[in-house]
Every structure is written in structure tokens, then in C-alpha cells.
Design a protein around this ligand. Structure first.
Ligand SMILES: Cc1cc2nc3c(=O)[nH]c(=O)nc-3n(C[C@H](O)[C@H](O)[C@H](O)COP(=O)(O)OP(=O)(O)OC[C@H]3O[C@@H](n4cnc5c(N)ncnc54)[C@H](O)[C@@H]3O)c2cc1C
Length: 280
């Protein structure tokens, strides 16, 4: 199917991009989620503003004062090629590596994946387990930058808290001794995961993020508390208490029942905990 009619602009400055958004234009990054949705007409924006030429939007990954910053134009492949990420945040690398194929990873951006806010978006789940923040600017804000914790960012199925703001980067604080594991189950390589999980642990710290068991990626605070304060029996108990029908509502599709997806989440989290190193 062809997309519905739309206009297209490719501004060179952030001010022009924000001006276009104030006029109703929808940001276009790598187009790897938005354009297929437009072809299916499940998304019908009347105007697109292409971010590729906006000089102020960075295509770099930087680390200053223990904050890793991933710019808005950083692609999945650029993230995969970043040396310190492989050493310090291997679970982010694993999530990027499992996403699509090489062409998709060459064009698709990390921030675009987060802003698409699919319940099973690889980078959304992996970054949620890192306490990442999205920085954003509003068309009316001048130079003001807002920071939105990813735990407050996802508001429902493919919806987020940007409210017309443009996301400019993702920030992650370096956590000493952190170890993490990203795992997913998909029916075949390059498919979106049916369920994906990311577990990050450090001393007195645990984050468990899951995709595919609710309309948006979620964390499991009770399981995190059991990992930090309890023994392995407490963790298993918390998993089985938490991952039950009624507490979660997996998106409906023909790939599996709610029970199947919740069971997958339990299995993947247990596996991630077994694989992840326990910090001293
Ligand atoms: C064949 C194929 C396989 C795929 N497999 C997977 C997979 O396994 N796992 C997975 O998670 N994804 C998968 N995807 C989806 C896709 O790769 C990502 O969601 C994509 O990389 C998103 O980034 P993008 O730059 O292409 O964003 P776009 O498609 O350009 O934009 C996505 C959304 O984010 C918004 N947006 C983008 N940038 C900003 C910004 N800076 N500020 C505010 N809003 C913004 C757009 O308006 C749009 O709503 C697949 C896609 C394809 C085509």
C-alpha cells in the first residue's frame, strides 16, 4: 500500500525543526518504524520533518563525568561499533545486535526506537534497565532542556510523555561494577521479540525491564527488591507472584497466549540472572 499524502521538510537547524513540529510535523529519524507504518496507513502524518540534516542533533556517543550520552542521530550500528560500550554496557550492545538486520541497524536510530515506544522495542527495554533519561526540547522552550526518566517515559501502547517535544539524546549514568544481560525470544531471527528482558545488577542495585507483557516496556520493582534483599527462593517467589495474568496485559496477537508470554518472561529473567555476574 502507498502512504497517504504528506509533506516533507529537511531542516538544517534545530530551530527550524522545532518550528516545523510546532506546525504539526512529525519527526522522521531513520524511518525504520515510521515509514512501514505509513505504508500500512496505521500512521498517517500529514507532514514529516526529517532530522537527518539537523546539525545540533548529534550522531556521536560521548562519555563525560560518568554520563554516557547517545545523540539523537546515533544509529544502532554506530552503537555496535562503539568500543567502550562493548566493554562497559555489553547488554546495550546485545540489544542493538538483536535488532533487525544490518540495513535496518544502519538507518534506524536508538532514540527513534525508544520514541516509537513499541512494547517490545529492543533499545527501550535495555535502556529502561539502565535508569536512562531522555533529554527533550519543546518548540516553545527556547534553549530549555527537559530530562524524562525512561520509567516515566512510556505511557501506553506506542505512546510516550514527549507531548510534542523533540528528543535530543539519551543519558545513562555509569554505575560502578554494573553487570547486565539482555535476552529475547523471537519466532525467527530479525523479527521483533515476542518477549524481551534486560537485567542489570550492581551492589545493592537491580533493575529488571521486560517487553511484551504489557502495552509498554515495564520494570518489575518487586522482583528487583527480591534480587537486592532476598535469596534465590525470594526471587523465584517474586517472579511467580508478579508475572501472572491480571497483573500484566500482554498485547494480543496470534503468537501466544498471555500465560505463554508471561511464562517466557519468567524463563528469560531466570536465565538472565543465571548468566549475569553477581557483583562483589
Ligand atoms: C525489517 C525490520 C526489522 C525490525 N526489527 C526490529 C527488532 O527486532 N527490534 C526492534 O526493537 N525494532 C525492530 N525494528 C524497528 C526499527 O528498527 C526501530 O524501531 C527503528 O530503528 C526506530 O528508529 P528510526 O530511527 O528508524 O525511527 P523512525 O522510524 O524514523 O521514528 C520512529 C518514531 O519515533 C519518532 N521519533 C524519532 N526520532 C525522534 C526524536 N528525536 N524525537 C521525537 N520523536 C522521534 C518518530 O516520529 C516516530 O514516531 C525493525 C524494523 C524493520 C524495518
Amino acid at each position: 500500500m502507498r502512504p497517504a499524502a504528506f509533506t516533507y521538510t529537511r531542516p538544517a537547524t534545530l530551530a527550524d525543526a522545532l518550528r516545523a513540529m510546532a506546525g504539526g510535523a512529525v519527526p522522521l529519524a531513520g524511518g525504520q518504524s515510521l515509514l512501514p507504518a505509513m505504508r500500512l496507513r496505521s500512521a498517517t502524518p500529514q507532514a514529516l520533518v526529517d532530522l537527518a540534516g539537523v546539525a545540533e542533533l548529534s550522531d556521536a556517543i560521548t562519555c563525560n563525568d560518568d554520563i554516557l550520552t547517545i545523540g539523537a542521530r546515533v544509529t544502532h550500528n554506530a552503537l555496535l561499533e562503539h568500543a567502550s560500550l562493548a566493554n562497559e554496557w555489553p547488554w546495550l550492545r546485545a540489544a542493538a545486535h538483536a535488532l533487525g538486520d544490518v540495513q535496518v541497524r544502519n538507518l534506524g536510530t536508538v532514540l527513534g526506537n525508544v520514541c516509537w515506544a513499541d512494547p517490545r522495542a529492543n533499545m527501550a527495554v535495555a535502556l529502561l534497565a539502565c535508569d536512562a533519561l531522555v533529554t527533550a526540547v519543546a518548540p516553545s522552550h527556547g534553549d530549555g532542556v527537559d530530562r524524562i526518566a525512561l520509567s516515566d517515559f512510556f505511557t501506553g501502547f506506542r505512546s510516550h510523555a514527549l507531548n510534542g517535544r523533540l528528543a535530543t539524546s539519551i543519558e545513562i549514568k555509569r554505575r560502578v561494577g554494573a553487570r547486565g544481560v539482555y535476552l529475547e525470544f523471537s519466532r525467527q531471527r530479525q523479527d521483533l521479540a515476542l518477549v524481551n528482558v534486560c537485567v542489570v545488577r550492581a551492589a545493592q542495585y537491580a533493575r529488571v525491564a521486560v517487553g511484551g507483557i504489557d502495552p509498554m516496556p515495564v520494570r518489575l520493582p518487586e522482583v528487583e527488591a527480591a534480587i537486592v534483599d532476598g535469596d534465590s527462593g525470594d526471587v523465584v517467589h517474586a517472579l511467580h507472584e508478579n508475572l501472572v495474568r491480571g497483573r500484566h496485559a500482554p498485547p494480543q496477537d496470534h503468537h501466544g497466549t498471555d500465560e505463554y508470554k508471561l511464562g517466557l518472561a519468567v524463563t528469560l529473567i531466570k536465565r538472565a540472572l543465571a548468566l549475569g555476574e553477581v557483583p562483589a
